[in-house]
Design a protein around this ligand. Structure first.
Ligand code: MN3
Length: 201
């Protein structure tokens, strides 16, 4: 089974004014589609065409760079669309809220930590909230790497992530990555982050 682009679970303009429709359309239909297409090309004839994306991440060191970059791109963007939403923002609740308070003291302090991580990731990459041995941690990865990869510096299960590639924000925010990071919190789908948190435990 070839890998395929998941449909965006809301309209391109659904995250306005925080993330603009044109950015969403190009990001999903062009960038993510290209990761999927190039992953399928990179896997063709490798014998690993039937491996799941999670299986690829766990043994990514055994694959060429094309699988790492494009497989990571496909995994990361599939998570990204799901943890954003038109009725997002507000506060997390339940077990996730308890775990955030235990790990970071407050939701605001978690936001500061992820924003600082995203702002200081040099070049392109991702800022992550991960579950590691039952606890929450913030980390970053370069390019399209992620914490599920066997090559990751910090390993864990991502439950939320922010794409800090310029293609994610440049049309609306230009060089102001910090303004984009601050705006993303208005469209976080906390229900999905909670679901992923409980699944990761
Ligand atoms: Mn991207």
């Amino acid at each position: 089974m070839a890998h395929s682009l998941p449909a965006l679970p809301y309209a391109f303009e659904a995250l306005e004014p925080h993330i603009d429709a044109q950015t969403m359309q190009i990001h999903h239909d062009k960038h993510h589609q290209a990761y999927v297409d190039n992953l399928n090309k990179a896997l063709a004839g490798s014998g690993a065409e039937d491996k799941s994306l999670d299986e690829l991440m766990a043994s990514i060191s055994t694959f060429p760079a094309g699988v790492r970059n494009n497989g990571g791109g496909h995994w990361n963007h599939s998570l990204f669309w799901s943890v954003l939403g038109p009725n997002g923002g507000g506060q997390p609740s339940g077990k996730l809220a308890d775990a955030i308070h235990a790990a970071f003291g407050s939701v605001d302090s978690l936001k500061e930590k992820i924003n600082a991580a995203g702002a200081t990731r040099f070049g392109s990459g991702w800022a992550w909230l991960i579950v590691k041995e039952g606890k929450l941690e913030v980390c970053t990865s370069p390019n399209q790497d992620n914490p599920l990869m066997d090559v990751a510096e910090v390993k864990g299960t991502p439950i939320f992530g922010i794409d800090v590639w310029e293609h994610a924000y440049y049309l609306k925010y230009q060089n102001k990555r910090g303004d984009y990071l601050a705006a993303v919190w208005n469209v976080v789908n906390w229900a999905e982050v909670s679901r992923r948190f409980e699944a990761a435990l």
